[in-house]
Design a protein around this ligand. Structure first.
Ligand SMILES: Nc1ncnc2c1ncn2[C@@H]1O[C@H](COP(=O)(O)OP(=O)(O)OP(=O)(O)O)[C@@H](O)[C@H]1O
Ligand SMILES: [Mg+2]
Length: 591
């Protein structure tokens, strides 16, 4: 049975009442009764001694006389007065008539009478055989005429005692009843107060458990419930502090993980993803539901699998490189290490992914560059050397043949010069210090200037060159010298790689006012095959290296142009249809 506080308090008071009632019945009632009887007995003896005193000094033993005396003294003593002679014969009795005395049995054996006749005093309680009532008797010795010892006896009915005891019992029950009512009221008031206070605590504790740690009980008083309230408040305070600290730590960790360029992956012991940071999510195009799924199911990569397996087995960190294919191919450096147990059963694994594609690309570029430069330098030097050797031999036989070899030497020396010049340009432009000196530049005026410098070569090959750049085109923001070099290089290419009579057109426009300007240099020459287009702007890249070299080209022109355009804030590109010409275009910010 489930009892609430009120029920328990009531049960306790009921128990207390029952115990006190039992105690009343067992101890109080008999004690009161004994006390009453004692008092009645004392009183009885006192009255009896007066009766005995009054009866002293009688001169005869006549029944008539003694009965009359008993009848007289009985009402005075408020009791039944009996005189008994030495043999136990009743001489007189206040409640028995004179005639009746003859039928009264001998009283010698009545305990109190026997004691009085023997010279003592005694009382006893019993039902009277003579008057049929519960009576208390007291008897004392009485000096009868002739020096004989008789007894004087006084008896009172005990109804009084019984009435007193039953009155007492009534009072007891009534007061217990009253106490019961008071107990019910008090226990329910106490329970009400207690359960209200406890209810407040329970409500507060429930809200705290639900996560509302701002709630406080703020108890008044010093009792145990107030102590409980204070303990709850302190707990909420401590929890708030701890949670705030944990939250700050978690947020910091989250921010760090989110802002990391490196991919971070944490796996549980079944290789399921526990944590994936945004960088890694982007690298492997993982969806928002990646956490909780098997890593190797989403990232299918044999190299990664082997690195993770080795990291799980080994004690230290494992480093390896993996290659990922797809729309954005990448080379990733992976550091993997097993983590100390995350919880009782799970042994975690941490893997950090660093994108090294750019580093590897630059390494390859540097290697290629060194190889290319060496190769480019070797060719003209070999040519100069062999020309010098041949010149030396021929000069001995035919001094007039020298012109051809001097030409070769001159041409190659020029190529070497151009190559060194281009390399210097490139390294200057590529260096971080290079800042184009931008000013508003009129594209029409600048292109005219470049064309006039190239005029002799144009006329030599009878090109049909047209400058269609509008005269009123808004100025571009550019570095004059750099832009000159861009035009020169692009026009130089057109002149170099197109046959006689080719059409060359210079165009420029501003698609929307205030936006970038777009410049085109279009020719109707041989064009470039699509497979070359993606690499055309790389250093030393030439479509037909033999022919280009023959033309004195180094393969650096377009890469210089690209760098210059980009340094000025523009972009560059090429469109071409083989056999129908090529169109190089670039953009520049408005001036
Ligand atoms: N207008 C064009 N028509 C056809 N092919 C072209 C044209 N412009 C450039 N090319 C091709 O692009 C390649 C790269 O040109 P780039 O200007 O970078 O080098 P280059 O002309 O050989 O050397 P440099 O410009 O340093 O003298 C050239 O080798 C050539 O094959
Ligand atoms: Mg060129």
């Amino acid at each position: 049975m489930k009892l609430n506080i009120r029920g328990k308090l009531f049960a306790v008071s009921l128990g207390l009442i029952a115990v006190s009632m039992l105690a009343g019945e067992i101890y109080l009632r008999p004690a009161v009764e004994t006390n009453l009887l004692d008092r009645i007995r004392d009183d009885l003896f006192a009255r009896l001694s007066l009766v005995e005193h009054a009866a002293r000094g009688q001169t005869d033993l006549d029944h008539v006389h003694w009965d009359a005396l008993a009848d007289e003294l009985g009402p005075l003593a408020h009791g039944r007065v009996t005189f008994i002679d030495a043999d136990g014969v009743v001489l007189g009795d206040s409640q028995v008539s004179l005639e009746g005395l003859a039928h009264v049995e001998n009283h010698r054996d009545r305990p109190e009478v026997a004691a009085a006749l023997a010279g003592g005093e005694r009382s006893s309680t019993r039902n009277s055989a003579t008057v049929h009532e519960r009576l208390m008797y007291a008897a004392v010795p009485l000096a009868l005429p002739g020096g004989v010892r008789g007894a004087a006896r006084l008896a009172v009915p005990l109804d009084e005692v019984d009435a007193a005891v039953s009155r007492l019992r009534h009072i007891l029950w009534a007061s217990l009843g009253l106490v019961l009512i008071v107990a019910v009221v008090l226990s329910s008031v106490a329970a009400q107060m207690l359960s209200r206070a406890l209810g407040r605590m329970t409500e507060a504790a429930r809200r705290m458990a639900a996560g509302d740690l701002a709630v406080r009980t703020r108890p008044a008083g010093t009792d145990e419930i107030a102590d409980l309230g204070r303990a709850l408040d302190a707990m909420a305070g401590n929890l708030t502090t701890t949670l705030t600290a944990l939250r700050t730590e978690r947020d910091l960790l989250e921010v760090i993980l989110e802002s990391m360029q490196e991919g971070v992956l944490v796996l549980d012991q079944d290789n399921r993803m526990l944590l994936v940071n945004p960088a890694l999510r982007a690298t492997f195009s993982l969806g928002p539901d990646a956490e909780g799924r098997a890593a190797l199911e989403l990232i299918r990569n044999a190299e990664l699998q082997s690195i993770l397996e080795r990291a799980r087995k080994g004690a230290g960190a494992i480093t390896g490189e993996i290659e990922i294919t797809g729309p954005k191919p990448r080379r990733l450096l992976v550091h993997a290490a097993s983590l100390p147990p995350l919880n009782a059963r799970s042994q975690g694994l941490l893997a950090v992914f660093v994108d090294v594609s750019e580093i590897r690309r630059l390494e390859t570029l540097r290697k290629d560059f060194v190889a290319n430069v060496s190769h480019e330098l070797r060719t003209p030097i070999t040519a100069v050397r062999s020309a010098v050797d041949t010149l030396r031999l021929t000069l001995e036989r035919d001094p007039t043949a020298s012109d051809r070899f001097v030409d070769i030497i001159d041409r190659n020396a020029q190529r070497l010069g151009a190559l060194v010049e281009d390399l210097l340009d490139l390294s200057r432009i590529e260096s971080k210090e290079y800042r184009p000196d931008v000013t508003p530049v009129s594209l029409r005026a600048l292109s005219e200037q470049v064309l006039s410098l190239l005029r002799p070569r144009i006329e030599e090959k009878t090109f049909d060159v047209g400058n269609e750049i509008p005269v009123d085109l808004p100025a571009a923001r550019a570095d004059r010298k750099a832009l000159e070099q861009v035009f020169t290089n692009l026009l130089d290419n057109a002149i170099k790689y197109c046959g006689s009579g080719t059409r060359i057109r210079l165009r420029a426009q501003q698609v929307t006012p205030g936006n970038a300007l777009r410049v085109e240099i279009a020719d109707s020459g041989p064009g470039i095959e699509p497979r070359h287009l993606p690499r055309l702007f790389e250093r030393f890249y030439r479509v037909d290296s033999g022919r280009s070299r023959e033309m004195g080209g180094t393969g650096l022109g377009l890469s210089i142009v690209k760098h210059l355009v980009e340094a000025m804030g523009g972009t560059i590109g090429v469109d071409s249809t083989p056999g129908r010409g090529a169109t190089f275009w670039f953009t520049l910010p408005p001036g």
